[in-house]
Design a protein around this ligand. Structure first.
Ligand code: ZN
Length: 401
């Protein structure tokens, strides 16, 4: 079946073609009254195209319309729309030939020409031919005086550079427009984090730190930059400073507290400060009663004071904020308690409950993109679906934290 958008564009093509043909034929009839009737002058090709369409042969229909629909100011939008539809259908090579065919017409106005160049750049990007797309966009940025076209070209160029992981080049493109487009500060901060990671892998920690501080200047709520800075402090043995950094995350983005817990544990335990870790966890619990914090406290108490003390603590805390993950952990503690009390095997009812929570947790998603809703088990800083940065966050609620 033809999709609705394609059908719409093709019907528009027929209407425009028919209308133009009718106008030309009428004009001819007025100039030469003895010529053939209007209906005979109209191109047969439109009816051939229509026939293909009715027989659900879209490719043949499209080719016929492209061939007979002359490129001029009345029809150029329809040609562009056809190209876009080909690209959306995954046939970017056909979109390229339509848009290149349009660009070959010197009579088109500059504004339209630039519009087509943007479409052609999108086609090349869809085909993965990034160098050709980049050349087109750079030319457009050099020559265009239209602010909208220049902004669209920059957006495409940024998208392209991101895909190429050319973070420095992307930052160069974005720098002059950060004031007018504050929303671009967040992706720019993440590119600096990417650069910092590259520097860390090459043992240039000082440079990495500089990138991360700049990232926080661009976006003071960049949790990722704070986490990386805390890691760098820990690598240098500055555990106190690392803890101070991690504490900032509570104010930057409360939902990311579970993300920073492993680093917090590392920072306290590397300096043998278990009491400090426990106090910090209790403090966090007052600010955000998340399951991860309750479980971290439960593990601490379990190791130090035994399983029954851990059961009391976790049970009490979960009463206020029940969650599936918390219940599963509590069942683990009960099973452990029965083992320790000398029972040969744990209670079968407990094992049955554990079986159910395990099955439910297996299908649980830990993170979700706040923009497009993509579910993700691991935390990813750039959403692979909508390509936004920093929108994937831990899920809060009964099924999550
Ligand atoms: Zn997304």
């Amino acid at each position: 079946m033809l999709d609705t958008a394609l059908l719409g564009v093709l019907l528009t093509a027929i209407a425009i073609g028919y209308g133009l043909g009718y106008r030309q034929a009428t004009r001819r009839r007025q100039q030469h009254p003895s010529s053939a009737p209007t209906s005979q002058v109209l191109s047969r090709d439109y009816f051939v195209g229509l026939n293909y369409l009715l027989n659900e042969q879209p490719d043949e229909a499209i080719n016929t319309f492209i061939n007979v629909l002359a490129v001029n100011s009345d029809t150029v939008d329809t040609h562009i729309a056809l190209g876009k539809l080909f690209r959306a259908r995954g046939e970017a090579d056909k979109a390229v030939s339509i848009h290149q065919n349009l660009l070959a017409r010197p009579e088109l106005p500059q504004h339209t020409n630039e519009q087509i160049q943007l479409e052609l750049a999108r086609d090349f990007m869809a085909l993965g031919v990034h160098d050709r797309a980049q050349r087109l966009l750079n030319t457009l940025l050099e020559n265009s005086t239209d602010d909208n076209h220049r902004y669209a070209a920059k957006q495409l160029l940024i998208d392209l550079l991101e895909r190429e992981k050319a973070w420095r080049d992307a930052l160069e493109v974005i720098q002059p427009i950060l004031k007018q487009r504050p929303a671009m500060r967040r992706p720019a901060a993440h590119w600096l984090c990417e650069l910092a990671l590259e520097e860390i892998s090459e043992a240039s920690r000082a440079l990495a730190k500089r990138h991360l501080k700049k990232a926080l200047q661009l976006d003071e709520n960049c949790v990722r930059a704070t986490l990386l800075l805390a890691d760098l402090e820990m690598d240098n043995g500055h555990y106190g400073r690392a803890i101070e950094r991690l504490d900032c995350i509570v104010h930057q983005e409360t939902t990311h507290i579970p993300t920073m817990l492993p680093a917090l544990k590392r920072a306290y335990l590397r300096q043998d400060d278990e009491a400090g870790y426990e106090a910090h966890l209790f403090r966090l619990l007052e600010q955000a009663p998340y399951t991860s914090i309750i479980i971290a406290l439960g593990e601490l108490v379990h190791q130090r004071d035994g399983v029954d003390k851990a059961i009391t603590l976790v049970g009490e805390r979960l009463r206020a904020v029940p969650s599936l993950g918390g219940l599963d952990y509590l069942i683990d503690l009960y099973i452990e308690s029965q083992r320790q009390s000398g029972k040969e095997a744990p209670d079968t009812r407990l094992l049955l409950l554990k079986h159910h929570t395990d099955a439910l947790l297996l299908n649980r998603t830990r993170h979700r993109c706040q923009r497009c809703g993509l579910a993700s088990d691991a935390l990813q800083w750039q959403c692979p679906s909508c390509r936004y940065w920093g929108t994937i966050k831990p899920i809060i609620g009964v099924e999550g934290e």
